[in-house]
Design a protein around this ligand. Structure first.
Ligand code: SF4
Ligand code: SF4
Length: 103
């Protein structure tokens, strides 16, 4: 399989790619200080900083499909912004091919 960061076992059909998520996170954007530490810490690369800012003027992370529930973001964040959950069964999300960054 080619290296698709942010995609675990993708299934490609037509104009979409099925991305499997084994977990998810909640993001308390109001408490984010915009330090960016969580972005490179996420192994599948499914976090990206927002373009909008919170009430303190900081950008904050947003989640794309493909989270594994690994908890790396929770451990690295100094402001306790994340809660991490693991699904009992993986969740499949179909996303447009052109929206998937291949790194
Ligand atoms: S739990 Fe892991 S995979 Fe999911 S967003 Fe956090 S670092 Fe990324
Ligand atoms: S590590 Fe925490 S404080 Fe830093 S950008 Fe990510 S969510 Fe915000």
């Amino acid at each position: 399989m080619s290296e698709h960061k942010g995609i675990s076992e993708p299934s490609i059909s037509g104009t979409t790619i099925d991305i499997k998520s084994r977990g998810t996170v909640t993001i308390d954007a109001a408490h984010c200080k915009g330090c960016d530490l969580c972005i490179p810490a996420c192994p599948p690369g499914v976090l990206a900083m927002s373009t909008e800012v919170n009430h303190m003027g900081y950008r904050f992370p947003q989640l794309s499909p493909g989270c594994t529930g690994c908890g790396a973001c929770l451990y690295v964040c100094p402001d306790f912004v994340f809660e991490v959950y693991r699904y009992e069964q993986p969740v499949i999300t179909a996303v447009p091919k052109e929206s998937v960054a291949i790194r």
